[in-house]
Design a protein around this ligand. Sequence first.
Ligand code: AMP
Length: 137
Amino acid sequence: MSTIFDKILGGEIPCHKVYEDDHVFAFLDIGPLSTGHTLVIPKERKAKLHELSDDASAAIGRVLPRLARAVMKVSGCEDYNILQNNGARAHQAVFHVHFHIIPKPNEASGLGIRWPAGSLDGTAGAALAQSLRDALA
Ligand code: AMP
């Protein structure tokens, strides 16, 4: 399914471009949580992170810290969040993989986070980690 980010990649709708290479495109978020809020997307059209190819993932990983440094320099912010939502329940609105770089200048702006931490039971944790290792094998 085509998304608004395909239209940006195709030049059909405008954006404030920040960076482009063969695999990656970055532009300013139209609804910034703080000044400098930037979106980094693969050119590969996939909705969720786990669907990305190794090449597209590596290309994003290579450039993300460099983009974060530019956002820090220009926003003057030492603190920032990288946010990457997958699925509507997880607050994804545009179904094309994207990483947000969101400067956190103060409590009032930037990303607000609710963090309802539980506690990890030792036995359940051991079983869960084993299941995950099995899933990776
Ligand atoms: P998410 O909730 O992670 O899917 O975030 C989607 C983001 O895309 C939001 O922060 C929007 O403000 C942003 N967005 C949607 N349309 C555009 C657009 N045309 N140009 C720039 N950013 C956009």
